[in-house]
Design a protein around this ligand. Structure first.
Ligand code: SF4
Ligand code: SF4
Ligand code: SF4
Ligand code: FES
Length: 939
């Protein structure tokens, strides 16, 4: 595919019908009210020269290149800032405007290095293009006068350079940072000739507030802000549209290549989830895909203490099949199973669960979503009837009040976080429910109306208290409830009990009752109320209860079934939604249909030509327990690092080391691979063809940019293992796997690669009633018919602070790193975050004699680790916080096995701990916990 150049219409689109008709250079065009003359001209196929305008930003009117003449109007107005009017007659090319434009260009060029032939932007420079467009043939002012040509480059950012000598002071970068990203890191300093772009007061980009999202680089019309990769490798010559493999936002990118070398990832304007925006991970952190640490040959060994032996694919696949069959013959099908990965494509996840059910002969398949969003699936299914978020991301543009619970969108879901901030700057109100003062609480031009800094583990008490206020003060939407819901009377009786009042729960949550009352009133009465939540909701012993509590609150206030409302899980990994949709739970077949349902099972039995067991298989924690007991002996781990990501690492390692066969498929020899007998090299997202489904149920295409470096597609490896075990599985292309999924999964009935290529993306359900998908769910009816109110009594977690462990640890993510860090640690993103630190309130630190940067021990009843302290008043007293991106820190060494009552999702967010100054010793042994454990076994 050649390089895709999207049309730039100069100014943003306006909503509404095309009711305004005008004539541009003799061509008739009709556009919505408020559209600029520039955009109308572009829609008529006429490009007006421009430099300061681009359609991702509001018009600014500074460069004066886009002047036009309009019949009946004096002068030469700027087409970017002039709105259309009915009957307008516009002329974009007249001798007068041509002269004016040429003058403007002369001024720009007289203060611009004339090194076009050696410039990194040669061929992709709007200044160069405009010089051609206006027919510039001479520069009368010469180049000897005052200029900026000697300005010093800022090369501090690992991914892009800033060369002020090439800057034309168009402000596009500043406006991109303000309007799109919402970081406000850049300013134009000085006036007139002295105007210059500055990242903070004389700071470098790296020292500024910049979060390296790349929006300014994208917006810059010259080589002033330029990707280092383009400077080094040259301009790309072709592009492939694909999907980011990091978080659940699911941003679309153009992977731009030169030959077969990836030069840069450019956010795709037509991407349904991101609409042209990006974050530092998707935009820049792709270097891990070609990192030398990648293992490209299959390897086997008899014992985990043996050295690895490189083997052919045939031998590796044969070994897996043979040893799985041996275990099955000796211990039964219940003794083998697999864990699927939310990083993999839908097609890969589907074939893994099919392999387990049809070839292994058990239902022992679980997904890493078990440890993050399984309560979402359960809670939303119970109340709404569908295990997925209710809205598309665009919906937030219509929200009047946004409640963010247990999520940190600016770090965890940055592109959606920026969109949310745009809406907040437009005036939507914000409620944040989180122990920690996340960035959203107060950031440039945003201030939360209410921040409820609850004690970890008391979410349900807070949501019940808010609902209590809604019920007691009659703030509920009686019409909505009467028409659309069931169980309301019983729920009101429950929620109105005195123990659910804000005053009663204040001693439990630590949040003043008045604040809870005020927040509840705001959510219930401000118009469209939207709830967004993350793992701070689900990773609790009452995760599922909390999801139902939020659903109750939304239904009571009528905040379901239209734009601007809803209950929206912000999914962690790129394909958490998809891995759940694909039936990789031990109790559910694709489409969330219970394995015990005879009719459903028969559909799959007929298609797969096999008999399926009606009883659910083992969940991940049950697999570990059974492994230690000796009844579960063979595990296929597809693209997950369970030795690092699952709670109570010691227990996980004990389980892994008890098994006869551990097969790991991954890009790198991760911590889990220390315990593997067979290692199967995986493919990076750049090498895959398939689909990911993001947090808004949007199925996006993933397209291979290059061939698998290991020589094998992951879906094909799985099929070959199944075949070698005696169950033939064969597809020619992942599109055939999607066709099979669509044939047996009603919510995917209308999905195919062909349809995805036509529409760009599809939000399921997609069937004959919704052939283009469903952006907003439960519009007329809930999926289950009536929305169901569920009782949600608050039950305190067993994990309490004690004299021995007086603090509560909670965990989260940081923007630059991702999950267990296997990818981002192998990129220049380490420049922002080299280690996990423990955030601790100044008082708690002082009590322990800890100062900023000290090495501390973090101990819980299950384990102990060491890391550096960061004194932070973002934390309330009594609560400490860390991330889990580095194996050396091993945050999960201390997390316990407490879990959600309904789904076993671990209670990562509440661990009673003690923190103390560490005795001096090397911080972060070179290898992680698994390494240490493995060497113990060797010793
Ligand atoms: S990279 Fe993003 S955050 Fe940094 S200055 Fe540019 S727009 Fe702002
Ligand atoms: S850096 Fe680029 S976008 Fe920013 S003012 Fe200069 S030319 Fe314009
Ligand atoms: S927001 Fe998420 S999906 Fe988008 S670029 Fe960043 S990591 Fe990738
Ligand atoms: S593009 Fe209109 S003034 Fe610059």
């Amino acid at each position: 595919m050649t390089l895709v150049h999207e049309t730039d219409y100069g100014t943003p689109a306006k909503d509404g019908p095309a009711t305004v008709s005008l004539e541009v250079d003799g061509l008739k065009v009709a556009v919505p009210e408020g559209t600029s003359v520039m955009r109308a001209a572009a829609l008529a196929g006429i490009d007006v020269p421009k430099l300061c305008a681009t359609d991702s930003l509001e018009p600014f009117g500074s460069c004066r290149l886009c002047l036009v003449e309009i019949d009946g109007r004096r002068g030469t107005p700027a087409s970017c800032t002039t709105p259309v009017a009915d009957g307008m007659v516009v002329r974009t090319q007249t001798p007068k405007v041509a002269k004016l434009r040429e003058n403007v260009m002369e001024l720009y060029i007289s203060d611009h290095p004339l090194d076009c032939l050696t410039c990194s932007a040669n061929g992709d420079c709007e200044l160069q293009d405009m010089a051609g467009a206006v027919g510039l043939r001479q520069v009368r002012y010469g180049y000897e006068g005052a200029n900026h040509l000697d300005s010093v480059k800022d090369q501090s950012n690992p991914y892009f350079d800033f060369d002020p000598a090439k800057c034309i002071a168009c402000s596009r970068c500043v406006r991109a940072c303000d309007e799109v990203q919402g970081t406000f890191a850049l300013t134009i300093e000085g006036r007139g000739f002295d105007s210059k772009v500055s990242p903070g007061a004389g700071e470098s980009f790296m020292d500024s507030e910049c979060v390296s999202c790349g929006a300014c680089v994208q917006a810059c019309p010259t080589a002033t802000l330029q990707e280092k990769s383009v400077i080094q490798l040259g301009m790309p010559s072709r592009s492939v549209v694909t999907t980011c493999a990091y978080c659940g936002v699911g941003c679309s990118f153009k992977a731009e290549l030169r030959g077969d070398e990836l030069v840069r990832m450019v956010p795709h304007k037509d991407g349904g989830a991101n609409e042209g925006h990006s974050c530092v991970k998707g935009r820049f952190a792709f270097g891990y895909a070609t990192h030398p640490d990648r293992v490209l040959s299959p390897m086997v060994r008899d014992k985990i203490t043996d050295p690895w032996r490189e083997v052919s694919w045939d031998e590796a696949i044969g070994t897996v099949a043979r040893r799985m069959l041996e275990i099955r013959a000796e211990h039964g099908a219940e003794a083998i199973g697999a864990i699927t990965s939310s990083r993999c494509t839908n097609e890969e996840v589907y074939v893994v669960q099919k392999m387990v059910r049809a070839a292994f002969g058990s239902n022992n398949v679980d997904t890493c979503a078990r440890v993050c969003h399984s309560p979402t699936g359960y809670g939303l299914k119970q109340t709404f009837g569908e295990s997925a978020g209710t809205q598309d991301f665009r919906s937030v543009d219509k929200a009047d009040v946004i409640m963010v619970i247990g999520a940190n969108p600016t770090d965890g879901h940055p592109v959606f976080g920026s969109r949310m901030k745009q809406r907040l700057r437009q005036g939507a109100k914000l409620i944040v429910v989180d122990p920690r003062r996340i960035d959203l609480v107060r950031s440039p031009r945003i201030e939360a109306e209410y921040h409820l800094p609850l004690r970890p583990g008391t979410n349900v008490a807070i949501v019940n208290a808010m609902a209590h206020v809604v019920a007691a003060e009659g703030l509920f939407d009686a019409d909505f409830v009467a028409a659309r819901c069931e169980g309301f009377e019983e729920w009101v009786e429950f929620i109105s009990r005195p123990e659910n009042s804000p005053e009663a729960v204040e001693p439990i949550t630590g949040v003043p009752a008045e604040q809870v009352r005020a927040a509840a009133r705001l959510y219930a009465t401000a118009g469209n109320g939207a709830i967004y939540y993350g793992l701070g909701v689900t990773e609790h012993s009452q995760g599922s209860t909390m999801v139902m509590g939020m659903a109750n609150l939304a239904m009571a206030c009528g905040n379901i079934g239209r734009d601007g409302v809803g209950v929206n899980p912000l999914r962690g990994q790129n394909n958490v939604q998809g891995s759940c949709d694909m039936g990789s739970f031990p109790h559910e077949l694709p489409g969330y249909r219970h394995i015990s349902d005879d009719a459903v099972r028969q559909v799959f039995e007929k298609l797969w030509g096999t008999t399926l067991f009606p009883d659910p298989g083992l969940r991940i924690p049950n697999m570990f327990d059974a492994a230690i007991e000796g009844t579960f002996r063979g595990l296929f781990v597809h693209g997950e690092d369970i030795a690092q990501s699952d709670p109570n690492v010691q227990h996980v390692l004990a389980a892994l080391s008890s098994m006869d066969l551990v097969v790991v498929q991954d890009l790198f020899l991760n911590e889990t691979a220390q315990f593997a007998h067979v290692f199967l090299p995986g493919a990076s997202f750049l090498e895959k063809d398939g689909t990911f489904t993001n947090a808004e149920r949007r199925i996006n295409r993933v397209r291979a940019v290059m061939k698998p470096k290991s020589g094998m597609d992951e879906w094909d490896i799985v099929c070959q293992i199944a075949t070698a075990m005696g169950y033939p599985m064969q597809y020619d292309h992942p599109s055939q796997i999607m066709d099979e999924i669509a044939s047996v999964t009603p919510t995917f009935a209308g999905v195919s690669f062909e349809r995805l290529d036509q529409l760009g993306s599809i939000q399921w359900p997609c069937d004959e009633n919704a052939p283009e998908g469903t952006p907003i769910m439960h519009v007329e009816d809930f999926t289950r018919g009536k929305g169901r109110f569920m009782p949600t009594p608050f039950v305190p977690t067993d994990e309490r602070s004690t004299r021995r462990f007086p603090l509560i640890l909670t965990t989260g993510r940081i923007l630059s790193q991702y999950n267990v860090g296997a990818q981002t640690r192998r990129t220049a993103n380490v420049a922002w975050h080299r280690e996990d630190v423990l955030e601790i309130h100044p008082h708690d630190a002082e009590d322990r004699g800890i100062t900023d940067g000290d090495e501390v021990t973090l101990a819980s009843r299950v384990g102990e680790t060491r890391l550096r302290a960061q004194i932070s008043d973002r934390m309330p007293t009594g609560v400490v916080y860390t991330t889990f991106h580095y194996p050396g820190t091993g945050a999960n060494v201390v997390t316990t096995e407490n879990s959600d009552w309904a789904t076993n999702c671990p209670e990562y967010k509440v661990t009673a701990v003690q923190v103390a100054l560490a005795h001096p010793m090397a911080l972060h042994a070179e290898s992680g916990e698994a390494n240490a454990f493995a060497s113990e076994l060797v010793d």
